[in-house]
Design a protein around this ligand. Structure first.
Ligand code: ATP
Ligand code: CA
Ligand code: CA
Length: 404
């Protein structure tokens, strides 16, 4: 926030950043439509499209740009053809992407320490996050491998990236990524956790705890759910398999420091309707007109390739559509979980080595969250599938998750 009380990012008013991005994305995606689709070539991963937006606009077609009230700026659209292909893979049509991107964004309060800005599109589909230069560089390097993975396997809890852009103007570069939103605003998340499988400093700080909807961490989870959350044995297996496969991909890219995000909706909490009009992000979404997600594999259940078992199918059709993972707390409450792996753009090789050597002399080396990728992934999965998620006894042996 600047001296006049305006929200700024790197001293740029955030509304200017958002409007500039919206113009740039519109231009980039619109321009792509004129180009015939072809198979993705290696070239497409490294292409950068530069779009200049002079203040007074540009009239010559087909490169016309509108006049605007800011100084001249440029939007760089990275690998536009490759990202178009990613969007197609997930059934996101250009008109849908544009209509999501062009409506006003809602700013999210970021509990992260990185200072990134987060925005949510009005239709709840996409998160827009500012990233550091090294994260943007890393994503560009990752693209061919990421593409290979998405092509082989669309059911994944890894973030789905739909675009990478850079705003350049007034001597600033601000990079942003567009990705899928994991936490539907229409559903009240009674609790939200960002888990790493580490205990070192893994407690929500005092500022976070004061929020109406805090994002809690590992130690908070262990306190609140010492016996974890119980999943149906099929669901447990499907989730574990998906996370294992995803972690193998992350390890292969030497990625670490990622989190497992869990939003918990209690089926019988405080409200008559499972769909609350005010979501966790504090927004009002008209519950009478829920938009079904347009994206393919948009729900956790679809991503872990699981079906609702007959005995734990949600009673409420609206809730079923949101595809949360059914689970149960130790004291027998029915919950639905909204989950995914987030914050994957930290590469061990890029900068972690030094930090590890430094931190391990200060504390017990196994407890800090900055360690080797292989070790990180193992500890992460071990924590998730022994402390966080518990397998209900299988049905044959009489265990039925949702029948008291
Ligand atoms: P840091 O590097 O300090 O951990 P960051 O700025 O990189 O933070 P993230 O870790 O990516 O931020 O995310 C911070 C929080 O934002 C998460 O804990 C989660 O609450 C929310 N969040 C991030 N990505 C998503 C997503 N795809 N869908 C919904 N919520 C998200
Ligand atoms: Ca993080
Ligand atoms: Ca981060």
């Amino acid at each position: 926030v600047d001296t006049q009380g305006k929200a700024t990012f790197k001293h740029l008013p955030t509304n200017q950043l958002v409007e500039a991005l919206q113009l740039g994305i519109q231009y980039s995606v619109g321009g792509l439509e004129a180009r015939p689709a072809h198979d993705v070539l290696f070239q497409d991963f490294i292409t950068v499209e530069l779009i200049n937006f002079p203040k007074s606009g540009r009239t010559q077609t087909p490169k016309a740009t509108p006049p605007h009230r800011f100084n001249d700026f440029t939007i760089r659209s990275y690998a536009p053809v490759a990202f178009r292909h990613f969007r197609e893979k997930f059934n996101i049509r250009p008109v849908d992407y544009l209509s999501s991107i062009c409506k006003p964004f809602r700013e999210l309060k970021n509990p992260g320490a990185s200072g990134s800005l987060f925005y949510l599109t009005a239709d709840d589909e996409f998160i827009i996050k500012t990233v550091q230069k090294k994260e943007a560089t890393f994503l560009r390097r990752l693209l061919p491998g990421y593409y290979m993975n998405v092509t082989q396997n669309q059911r994944t809890l890894l973030p789905k990236f739909f675009g990478l852009y850079c705003y350049q103007g007034d001597n600033k570069n601000i990079r942003i990524i567009v990705m899928n939103n994991l936490i539907p605003s229409r559903i009240q998340m009674h609790e939200k956790y960002d888990l790493k499988g580490s205990t070192y400093k893994r407690r929500a700080n005092s500022e976070e705890r004061l929020k109406q909807f805090p994002t809690w961490k590992d130690l908070d989870f262990m306190e609140r759910h010492p016996k974890g959350l119980t999943l149906d044995s099929e669901t447990y297996a499907a989730l574990a398999k998906t996370v294992e496969r995803d972690c193998r991909v992350l390890e292969s890219f030497q990625i670490m420091d990622y989190s497992f995000l869990i939003g918990i909706h209690y089926a019988n909490h405080h409200s008559d309707s499972p769909i609350d009009s005010r979501g966790t992000n504090g927004f009002f979404n008209d519950p009478s007109s829920p938009q079904p997600p347009r994206m393919m594999y948009a729900t956790p259940m679809a991503n872990i390739h699981a079906e609702f078992e007959e005995h734990n199918r949600p009673d409420d059709a609206q809730l079923a559509k949101t595809g949360g993972i059914p689970a149960q707390t130790a004291d027998g409450q029915r919950v639905y979980l909204y989950v995914g792996i987030i914050d994957i753009l930290q590469s061990y090789q890029l900068r972690k080595k030094l930090e590890h050597t430094f931190k391990s002399v200060l504390t017990d080396g196994s407890q800090i969250s900055v360690t080797h990728p292989r070790y990180y992934s193992e500890r992460y999965q071990k924590f998730l599938f022994s402390s966080v998620f518990k397998k209900a006894p299988s049905r044959q042996s009489g265990g039925n998750l949702f029948v008291p």
